[in-house]
Design a protein around this ligand. Structure first.
Ligand code: NAG
Ligand code: NAG
Ligand code: NAG
Ligand code: NAG
Ligand code: NAG
Ligand code: NAG
Ligand code: NAG
Length: 674
């Protein structure tokens, strides 16, 4: 029995029992159902008069270095604090998370400023006090546990690079072991004569693991007395996306969203609590050994900046997403550069654009080319700062950036931090940035926020949105449903909203600086939160066609949209609807303006037993879209059931040869003669 027939049947039973006076049947079946069977109608105008293209860029992602999204996350480098700089430049310094194997009678470890790398002077000196007779079994040395354990997998290869120097002959074992060193997963020895180690020497080796441990560590051990210096240590899995250094499983989660843009590298990460700790792109390019790294004081962790300016553009290219570079505009959370002094920051931004787009003979384009990418990256959007609109020097600084960039690169689109959703901007911009973090019901209602935004100003970039706090916990269904409604509203307002991205994208469970997030991971495991899966419902939207739709009936808990798209030469209409309420809703879809036959194609539903349910490492797929064939019999009305607390999409294959020639309406005539 299809929905429509069953509904009609139920109605007849109700009417009959009412007439026959069978009140108990009426009461149990019909009163409850009369309440549950709220019918909401979605009127969809499929005629081409009101169709509108959805921007190609609409759905993208925002990558911020927060929660160890990059360092200890997407960036596959296994060693943390690889140059020993994280403890600061004053010696002796803290070498965390490096640790010592052995006790004070057998080993002494200290930092000094003897590195061969000019921008990274700190090196590690290891004084081995014991020898083969007196050293403990397995030797003494140092180890690095990576980011809460390295994921070393049997049969996989890892490239280890390190720099070493010594005053004597050395025999050092370089190995991956289990977290306490008891099991060796791979090992190789560096044996060298003192005469070859007077100067810093680069050692490179490929280790293949013969066992698996997702909490492994890298260690250097020896039983030979003497002094050894180490610096710039890297351990990279050979198996990264295209060998570009991105962790495959996390990359796949991103690419599955079909992101059309990627905003990076922040966020507050770009601002810093203090300017001295802000992300500055020039410190993150060229050879990794020469990158000083920095302490991100907002999210409170050190990054070696292996994921730097170049790697972000490479990531965008690998994702097929348009890069949106956010740079510091001379403003942090606590200090600001006055506009009259901001020119060096402007130059830094111009140089950063040249790095991405300049030809390989330009000053900064040549640096990019030397890093292996002679072709320019396609940079078309930049954002001047992050959330700085209310800062006293923002407008002044912004205009300096705006004018200089428009002069050098007239085609680059510039994004302002100031919100123009309610009132116009007082400065020129191509886009304005809009951020929203709120409770679920509030975000649900904000699906109409852009309905009245002036259409003649800059376009909107909703670069950060999420349901948070008590409604979201670590990322639950309730949050996802509020977001789904919000996104449906943005889709419908995509004549003014051109780009949308959720935030934050990633969280390493060992350092949750911000919850909830879209993708949750540790060294070896990962899953998407319901908020991640909501975004999957919009993968057909960018570049598709919006159909004008109107909801009628009891709609306080329902939001819906209609689009049409083509794939494999076939036309589809896609209805998406969120039911925020706890009652099931019948959605009637009435399509006008198109003489066509619809065939059920695909149906996706995201729901769960409780609206507070979350995915977890132990149950990663509890709340994921359930996909099935959409069964439909021939009928006048399309009737779909929206389960309580659910988000659904219905793809209708459309036989659309016979488009009704719509009579040209008055309003159409008016606009077409304008
Ligand atoms: C509507 O679309 C059809 C098919 O693409 C086209 O033939 C027709 O000219 C369009 N009509 C209008 C008014 O744009
Ligand atoms: C969409 O449909 C509504 C209701 O029929 C109408 O008021 C509105 O003007 C239409 N919008 C567009 C863009 O055609
Ligand atoms: C190291 O860990 C293994 C497995 O977790 C355990 O069996 C062993 O006792 C530990 N060894 C030491 C020396 O702590
Ligand atoms: C794995 O390799 C290490 C280092 O070569 C070796 O000590 C260990 O015995 C090997 N383990 C197994 C299970 O083969
Ligand atoms: C060590 O490095 C210095 C400075 O780069 C160089 O002059 C010298 O020849 C090197 N010595 C050896 C033995 O390579
Ligand atoms: C990562 O999470 C999985 C699943 O909870 C767990 O089995 C594993 O031990 C974790 N890894 C580390 C290094 O803690
Ligand atoms: C760079 O300069 C070289 C030599 O002057 C020239 O042959 C080449 O065409 C230039 N490349 C670009 C991209 O301008």
């Amino acid at each position: 029995m299809d929905m429509e027939t069953s509904w009609r049947f139920l109605r007849s039973v109700c009417l009959l029992s009412f007439i026959l006076g069978s009140f108990s049947v009426y009461q149990t079946l019909c009163l409850v159902d009369a309440q549950e069977d709220a019918i909401v109608t979605l009127q969809v105008d499929a005629s081409n008069v009101t169709r509108r293209p959805i921007p190609e860029t609409l759905f993208g992602i925002f990558f911020e270095e927060i929660n160890h999204a990059g360092a200890g996350g997407l960036w596959a480098e296994l060693v943390s604090n690889r140059g020993f700089e994280a403890g600061g430049q004053i010696i002796p310094s803290n070498i965390w998370p490096w640790s010592i194997i052995g006790d004070e009678s057998s080993i002494y470890v200290v930092t000094d400023r003897s590195s061969c790398f000019e921008r990274n002077k700190i090196a590690l000196r290891m004084e081995v006090l014991c020898d083969s007779n007196s050293c403990p079994l397995g030797g003494v040395g140092v180890y690095n546990p990576g980011y809460w354990g390295m994921n070393i997998e049997e049969g996989k290869k890892y490239k280890v690079v390190l720099y070493v120097r010594s005053t004597g002959d050395i025999d050092v074992s370089v190995s991956f072991t289990s977290s306490n060193g008891s099991v060796t997963l791979a090992s190789e020895n560096i044996i060298a004569l003192a005469s070859d180690l007077l100067n810093w020497t680069k050692k490179e080796m490929l280790l293949e693991a013969n066992g698996t441990d997702n909490g492994a560590r890298l260690q250097f051990t020896t039983t030979k007395k003497g002094s050894i210096w180490f610096d710039q240590v890297s351990a990279m899995p050979m198996d990264t996306y295209k060998g570009h250094g991105f962790r495959n499983d996390l990359f796949q989660m991103m690419v599955d969203l079909k992101p059309r843009f990627i905003r990076f590298p922040g966020g507050c990460f770009v601002e810093g609590d203090w300017l001295g700790n802000a992300f500055r792109w020039k410190e993150t390019v060229r050879a990794w050994e020469e990158r000083p790294g920095h302490y991100g004081d907002v999210w409170k962790y050190w990054t070696d900046d292996g994921l730097g300016h170049f790697e972000f553009f490479q990531l965008a290219e690998d994702l097929g997403a348009s890069p949106i570079w956010v740079f510091n505009n001379g403003i942090s959370h606590n200090d600001q550069v006055e506009t009259k002094n901001v020119m060096p920051f402007v130059q830094e931004a111009i140089d950063g654009i040249e790095f991405a787009r300049g030809d390989s003979n330009s000053t900064w384009g040549s640096v990019r080319a030397a890093m292996g990418h002679p072709e320019p990256f396609e940079l078309k959007y930049v954002a001047v700062g992050n959330e700085d609109c209310f800062k006293s020097y923002y407008r002044g600084n912004y205009l300096e950036f705006y004018n200089a960039i428009k002069k050098a690169y007239p085609d680059i689109k510039i994004i302002s931090n100031c919100d123009a959703s309610a009132k116009p901007l007082d400065h020129p911009a191509d886009y304005f940035d809009y951020h929203i973090y709120t409770l679920a019901r509030d975000l649900f209602s904000k699906s109409h926020d852009f309905d009245n935004t002036p259409r003649n100003g800059p376009k909107a970039f909703v670069s950060e949105y999420a349901v948070n706090k008590a409604d979201a916990k670590n990322g639950n269904l309730l949050a996802a449903l509020g977001e789904a409604a919000f996104l449906l509203g943005l889709e419908k307002n995509s004549d003014i909203v051109e780009m949308v991205s959720y935030a934050p994208l990633f969280v390493n469970t060992n350092d949750r600086r911000w919850i909830p997030d879209a993708i949750v991971f540790n060294s070896s495991h990962l899953y998407g939160t319901p908020s991640y899966w909501v975004q999957h419902f919009f993968t057909e939207s960018s570049g598709a066609t919006l159909l004008n739709s109107t909801l009628k009936g009891k709609t306080s808990s329902v939001e819906a949209s209609a689009i049409s798209f083509q794939t494999n030469g076939k036309d589809y209409i896609q209805i998406k609807a969120v039911n925020f309420g706890e009652q099931s809703v019948n959605l009637k879809v009435a399509v006008t303006g198109l003489m066509a036959k619809f065939y059920g194609s695909k149906k996706k539903v995201l729901t769960s037993a409780s609206v507070m349910d979350e995915n977890s490492f132990s149950n990663p797929n509890m709340i994921v879209p359930q996909e099935s064939l959409l069964e439909m019999t021939e009928q006048e009305d399309l009737m779909f059931v929206l389960p309580p607390h659910s988000f659904s999409s219905f793809d209708l294959l459309t036989e659309s040869e016979n488009v009704i020639k719509m009579p040209i309406s008055d309003s159409y005539k008016k606009t077409s003669t304008m």
